[in-house]
Every structure is written in C-alpha cells, then in structure tokens.
Design a protein around this ligand. Structure first.
Ligand code: MG
Length: 158
C-alpha cells in the first residue's frame, strides 16, 4: 500500500492580552497568538497536514474564521475533526513531524509536553510524533518576535 503524505503551514501574530496555546498546551508568556479561534498555530498546521493527506478541504474551508461558531474555539476540536475524516477515509495516522518557528518564548522546556499532547490527540505513541523548535535568527516578523509559525507533515496509511 502507498503511504499518503500531507503538509500544513500556519502563522499567527503575537499580541498582548492573548493566551499562548501550542499543540493544546498553554505556555506561560506575556503575549499570545491572535486569531478567531485560540490560534493554536501547531494544531492548525497539523490539521491541514492531515486533511491534505486524505484530499479533504483545508481548515479554512471547514472552519471559516467568519463563522461565530469558531470564535475562541479550542483548536483541539479541529484536529479531532480532521482525524475523524482520516478514519472515515479508511486511513490511520502513521506519524507526524512538526517544526515550530518561534524567536520567543524559548520552547525547549515545553517540547516534551507539546509532543505528548499531540500524541495523545492523535492516539499515537510519543515516538511517532516529531517536534522541533527553531528561531528565525532575529530575521523577519518571526525573528522580531511579532509572530509564530509552524510547519507540519503527516503520513497516513491504510
Ligand atoms: Mg491558523
């Protein structure tokens, strides 16, 4: 059988007065991500990777940011909905890999917690979830600490 591969990317602006939630984990920081939902950039990228791997519409099509139903929504429900679509297509998640781009806060102390949270949400062993955190070396909006971004890749199999 041929594995199915999906990728996802997302970026959100960092703002005062918002919570910072990454991979379903609340990270202590003086700013958080701005968005219609909780703006969990990790789960948004991962949701799109799962949806892409099984040829489904993207997160913006399924959960439009104009829809009041998703105002301040917990993004874990977007990932769970994507996982249901994966299963409905007769597929399961084999492994996922994530790269978070963040100048601040430093995510080293939280990586294991984020990885465990994502593994739990996807019903995977922790070693089937890769997570890297990197800075942008002080360059661009991420490097200036104005935004966070995340790349995700997912492999599905029958
Ligand atoms: Mg988003």
């Amino acid at each position: 059988m041929t594995p199915r591969i999906g990728i996802g990317y997302d970026l959100h602006r960092l703002m005062a007065g918002r919570r910072l939630v990454l991979g379903g984990v609340e990270i202590p920081f003086d700013r958080g991500l701005l968005g219609h939902s909780d703006a969990d950039v990790v789960l948004h990228a991962l949701t799109d990777a799962l949806l892409g791997a099984c040829g489904q519409p993207d997160i913006g099509d399924l959960f439009p940011d104009r829809d009041p139903a998703w105002k301040d929504a917990d993004s874990r429900q977007f990932l769970r909905a994507a996982l249901r679509r994966v299963h409905a297509a007769g597929l399961r998640v084999s492994n996922v890999d994530l790269i978070i781009h963040a100048e601040q806060p430093r995510l080293g102390p939280y990586k294991n917690q984020i990885r465990a949270s994502v593994a739990h949400l996807l019903e995977l062993p922790p070693d089937h979830v890769g997570l890297k955190a990197t800075t942008n070396e002080g360059l661009d909006a991420i490097g200036r600490g104005e935004a966070l971004a995340c790349w995700a890749a997912a492999v599905l199999e029958e």
